[in-house]
Design a protein around this ligand. Structure first.
Ligand code: SIN
Length: 291
């Protein structure tokens, strides 16, 4: 197994590995180290079944079963289907998953560690892949913050709310998301995490904020918090922290949800098909985000 890092702030290819074969503890250790260091790992030309996707992903922590309980691989609720394909007029997968900057499960007291996605269909127009996934490096974003901002915010916390992203996605044209009921909102109250936790693999600090779910810096007034969050969102999504993954069919892509934020680019039409299978791995092995 070899690592081929990209030149930029995130991203590496892992070569000479077949994810359909069981992995040993040394390989797993190495992959986690590379994941922390490079944020996004791509394994090209993989031939894996949904069961093998689940088995590989489960090496890294407990797999989340999505609350919506729909668009799951038959018999494998941990494998979610992301797609714009309709069969008999009905969607076969989540059509708008992740289509704005966010990090997964920051609204949960146990946050997400990594996502593992397997591409089966990638839309292509004029030879260029569409439906890319973009990432920003939150370790580099923390390090590049001005010292006075780091100092002012250092012991503060951010509250993250599931409803923020959901409600925002409902405003998109043709959204099929129903409004959240009061019971659903109550079942997912906002949770609080430190603003600059230590990354469990690299030991570097992270700017743990994201435009999708972060709603308030708890220790600031609402107006000051809004202004600061605005600043932090602009800062962390600057091009210098950016990497864009251009999908190929048979890519397995694995990313670190603590050290990155991501955005699924919705630049393809309904007749340009995208089909991806996805497992979400929780950070339960690392307990809470620590400071
Ligand atoms: C996600 O946010 O997990 C979806 C990413 C993608 O489909 O590119």
């Amino acid at each position: 197994m070899h690592l081929k890092p990209l030149n930029g702030v995130l991203g590496a290819f892992v070569e000479d590995v077949d994810l359909s074969s069981p992995m040993n503890a040394d390989q797993q250790f190495l992959l986690e180290k590379w994941l922390g260091e490079h944020g996004v790992l791509c394994f090209r030309q993989q031939n894996i079944t949904p069961v093998q996707l689940r088995e590989f992903s489960a090496r890294f922590g407990t797999l989340e079963i999505n609350v919506a309980n729909s668009f799951q691989e038959p018999g494998l609720p941990e494998v979610m289907i992301l797609s714009n394909i309709l069969e008999n007029g009905k969607p076969i997968g989540f059509q708008d998953a992740g289509q704005s900057w966010h990090t997964d499960m920051s609204y949960s007291s146990t946050v997400a560690f990594t996502n593992v996605l397997y591409a089966l269909q990638v839309p292509v127009r004029d030879g260029e892949p569409l439906g890319c996934t973009e990432f920003c490096n939150t370790q580099a974003a923390y390090e590049a913050l001005p010292a006075d901002i780091k100092n002012t915010l250092k012991d503060m916390h951010i509250s993250h709310d599931f409803a923020k992203f959901w409600d925002m996605m409902r405003l998109q044209k043709n959204s099929s998301r129903p409004p959240l009921t009061e019971a659903q909102r109550r079942a997912k109250p906002p949770v609080i995490h430190p603003i600059f936790p230590v990354h469990p693999i690299t030991g570097r600090r992270v700017l743990y904020a994201n435009p999708g779910y972060s709603v308030r810096i708890v220790e600031l007034s609402e107006a000051d918090s809004d202004q600061m969050l605005d600043y932090l969102f602009k800062h962390q999504t600057e091009k210098r922290f950016h990497y864009r993954h251009r999908w190929q069919v048979k890519d397995v892509l694995m990313w670190d949800n603590i050290g990155t934020i991501h955005n699924a680019v919705a630049d393809y039409n309904s007749n340009e098909h995208r089909l991806i299978k996805r497992c979400q791995v929780m950070a339960d092995r690392f307990q809470e985000l620590s400071v």
